[in-house]
Design a protein around this ligand. Structure first.
Ligand code: GGG
Length: 346
């Protein structure tokens, strides 16, 4: 029987609740399908930072190397640790060290979920560049605290980085409905984004079967609200992708439904799966977090591991649960009740 070793990082706030929910569903589907999941939990979080002064131990990345995949809940507890510290101390080093350059985020309405838009016929796959761009962390501050203070933060776009994420997106479009929207702001950002557009045009020649259109980020934001059904695969830089996928989450009914996969396409290191949402301190420990985004992320993990039937079974169980009206309205059903309904469907 195949055994997969999974590193579990529940993190902060609602992270532990939704990770536990996802894990119970994953274990059940593994049992039914005939493979084994061996989970090992790591307490890396803001609480860990308060105790040790770091978000994860110095050998944290080395430790994670030995796993087949990572399932993460949420990171951040801004009342005690600045978000810039928690993000750059845990989530970003994992994405960068393991070259998880493709962040995949699906946006569609689940049955029974009422979104805020007139149109409910959309199925968008956002591909966010995940290791460079605006999240490169290159910059600094001088004359801190004085009137002469200067802060500089440089976005880094490399040919390797841009080309590989665009190729990944072209391949996804080819496997879906054959349409790719590439998002920049190349009228204002005349170096990095013009560079991105140029590489998009160059690759378009190799993917003649994919219809590619370039949009500015502002126009894309409007399109996602006004005509989301016109979109198939959307590819964007790290920051633009992050913002667009919160918009994507909103049009699919809320962040409780937005799943994501941080993929290392070469499989040279583990990939990481996490709901798009953060730690939601306002509802932490209330037992009302929607676990669907985390459970869906777990299904994406199984898909990546090659357990396609098990992944499909989880998605079908989620869909039957929401079709029954469970987990469709934020705060209406408790985390445990939604999880129990999905387990019962399985
Ligand atoms: N689910 C992981 C999490 O806590 N995400 C919140 C967040 O702020 N992530 C930063 C990012 O993806 O850019």
């Amino acid at each position: 029987m195949t055994t997969y070793r999974i590193a579990l990082i529940p993190g902060d706030g609602i992270g532990p609740d939704v990770t536990a929910a996802a894990w119970s569903v994953l274990e059940k589907v593994a049992d039914k399908t005939g493979f084994t999941l061996e989970g090992e939990e790591f307490p890396w979080s803001c609480a860990f930072y308060k105790e040790t002064g770091t978000m994860m131990p110095a050998d944290g990345i080395e430790t994670l190397c030995g796993f087949d995949a990572i399932l993460l809940g949420a990171v951040g507890w801004p009342a005690e640790v600045p978000d810039s510290v928690s993000l750059h101390g845990l989530l970003l080093p994992i994405r960068k060290s393991f070259v998880q350059y493709a962040n995949i985020r699906p946006h569609r309405l689940l049955p029974g979920v009422k979104g805020p838009l007139r149109s409910d016929g959309f199925d968008i796959l956002c591909i966010r560049e995940n290791t460079e761009g605006e999240y490169s962390g290159a910059g600094g501050r001088v004359h801190q605290g004085t009137a002469d203070e200067v802060a500089v933060e440089t976005s880094i776009f490399t040919r390797t980085g841009v080309e590989r994420i665009l190729r990944f997106a072209f391949e996804q479009a080819r496997a879906r409905r054959g349409k790719l929207a590439s998002v920049t702001k190349s009228n204002a950002q005349k170096y990095s984004m013009v560079f991105w557009d140029e590489i998009t045009r160059k690759l378009a020649g190799e993917y003649a079967d994919v219809e590619v259109t370039s949009y500015h980020i502002d126009a894309m934001a409007a399109r996602m609200v006004m005509a989301p059904e016109s979109l198939d695969v959307v590819v964007a830089s790290n920051l633009f992708g992050d913002i667009l996928t919160d918009l994507g989450a909103a049009i699919q009914g809320g962040l409780g439904f937005a799943a994501s996969a941080n993929i290392n396409p070469d499989r040279s290191a583990p990939s990481m799966f996490e709901p798009v949402h953060g730690s939601a301190p306002d509802i932490a420990h209330l037992g009302i977090a929607n676990p669907i985004a985390a459970i869906w992320s777990g299904a994406m993990m199984l898909e990546h591991l090659g357990e396609k039937a098990a992944a499909g079974a989880i998605i079908a169980a989620i869909e039957r649960t929401t079709a029954d009206g469970i987990g469709t309205v934020p705060g209406k059903d408790r985390t445990e009740a939604i999880t129990a309904a999905i387990l019962a469907q399985l």
